[in-house]
Design a protein around this ligand. Structure first.
Ligand SMILES: CCCCCCCCCCCCC[C@@H](O)CC(=O)SCCNC(=O)CCNC(=O)[C@H](O)C(C)(C)COP(=O)(O)OP(=O)(O)OC[C@H]1O[C@@H](n2cnc3c(N)ncnc32)[C@H](O)[C@@H]1OP(=O)(O)O
Length: 242
C-alpha cells in the first residue's frame, strides 16, 4: 500500500523533507545541549563535594564554584528560546519564570552581596538545584536517545515534590538575609533628586520578589504535578496556551 507521502505532490514531499531535516537538527542540538548541561552540573556537584571534604566547612564554597555556576545557570536562558521557537513542548512563561528567577538569585542576590555568600541557605538552594538539574538534563538526554532508565524518569518526576519547596525555602531565606545589607548600602537604588527624575529602591523590589513567590511558585509546582501525572500515569492533560 502506498503511503500518503508517496501520493502527495512534489511540494508536500519537499515540505516533509524540510520538516524532517529541521527536527533532526533540533534533536541533535538538544542532545548536545542536554549532555553539556548534565556535565556542567556534574562538575558543580563534584566541586562542591571536593570543597567540603577538603575544607570541612561550607564557608567559601560559593566563591569556589561561582564562575561555573554563573556560566551554566545563565546559559539556561537558551531554554526560553527552545520554547519560543517550538523545539520543546513547554510554555515560554513557565520556563521564563523558572530560568529568570534562578538567574536573578545568582547574579542580583548571591553574586552581588558578598556578606550572604556563606549563609547555609545558599548551600541549601545550591545542593537542591544541582540534584534537580543533573536529574532533569540526564532525563532529557536519555529520552532523546530513546534509552531512558526508569529510575531517572522516576527521579525526574518525583524528587521535585520535595526539592522544589526546599529550593524555594533556600532562595527565600537568602533574599531575606540580603535585605539588611541592601538597605544599608542602597545598592542598585536610585534616590531623588537625580537627572532622570526616577526613584528606585532595590530593598522594596526584593520585598516584591519575595511576595511574588506566593502566586508564582504554586503555578510551577502544579505544572510539574500535571507533568508527573502525564508522564508516570499516562493521563491526558489539556494545558492552556501561553
Ligand atoms: C526577574 C525577577 C524574577 C523574580 C521572580 C520571582 C518569583 C519566582 C517564583 C518561582 C520560584 C522558582 C524556584 C526555583 O528556582 C526553585 C527550584 O528550582 S528548586 C529545585 C527543584 N526544581 C525543579 O524540580 C524544577 C522543575 N522545573 C522544571 O523542570 C522546568 O524548569 C519547568 C519549565 C518548570 C517544567 O519543565 P517542562 O514543562 O519542560 O516539563 P518537562 O520536563 O516534563 O518537559 C516537557 C516536554 O518538553 C521536553 N523538553 C523540555 N526541555 C527539554 C530539553 N532541554 N531537551 C529535550 N526535551 C525537552 C520534555 O522532554 C517534554 O517532552 P514530552 O512532552 O515529549 O514528554
Amino acid at each position: 500500500m502506498a503511503s500518503s507521502e508517496e501520493d502527495g505532490t512534489v511540494e508536500e514531499k519537499e515540505n516533509n523533507n524540510k520538516k524532517r531535516t529541521k527536527s533532526a537538527l533540533a534533536t541533535a542540538w538538544l542532545t548536545f545541549y542536554n549532555i553539556a548541561m548534565t556535565a556542567g552540573w556534574l562538575v558543580l556537584a563534584m566541586a562542591m563535594m571536593r570543597f567540603y571534604i577538603q575544607k570541612g566547612t561550607h564557608k567559601g564554597l560559593y566563591r569556589s564554584i561561582a564562575r561555573t555556576l554563573k556560566f551554566f545557570q545563565t546559559f539556561a536562558l537558551v531554554e526560553v528560546g527552545h520554547c519560543a521557537i517550538g523545539i520543546v513542548r513547554t510554555s515560554v512563561i513557565v520556563t521564563g519564570v523558572q530560568v529568570c528567577s534562578r538567574i536573578f538569585m545568582v547574579w542580583f542576590i548571591t553574586n552581588s552581596i558578598r556578606q550572604i555568600q556563606n549563609e547555609e541557605s545558599v548551600i541549601l538552594f545550591l545542593v537542591v538545584w544541582t540534584v534537580t538539574e543533573i536529574t532533569r538534563y540526564s532525563y532529557y538526554t536519555f529520552n532523546l536517545l530513546h534509552h531512558l532508565p526508569y529510575f531517572i524518569k522516576w527521579a525526574r518526576y518525583n524528587l521535585f515534590i520535595v526539592l522544589y519547596p526546599l529550593g524555594v525555602i533556600g532562595e527565600l531565606m537568602t533574599i531575606y538575609a540580603a535585605l539588611p545589607f541592601v538597605r544599608r548600602s542602597g545598592m542598585y537604588s536610585m534616590r531623588l533628586p537625580n537627572k532622570y527624575n526616577v526613584s528606585f529602591d532595590y530593598y522594596y523590589c526584593l520585598i516584591i520578589v519575595i511576595l511574588s513567590y506566593i502566586p508564582l511558585f504554586p503555578q510551577l509546582y502544579f505544572h510539574m504535578l500535571r507533568q508527573r501525572r502525564r508522564v508516570l500515569h499516562g493521563e491526558v492533560i489539556v494545558e492552556k496556551d501561553d
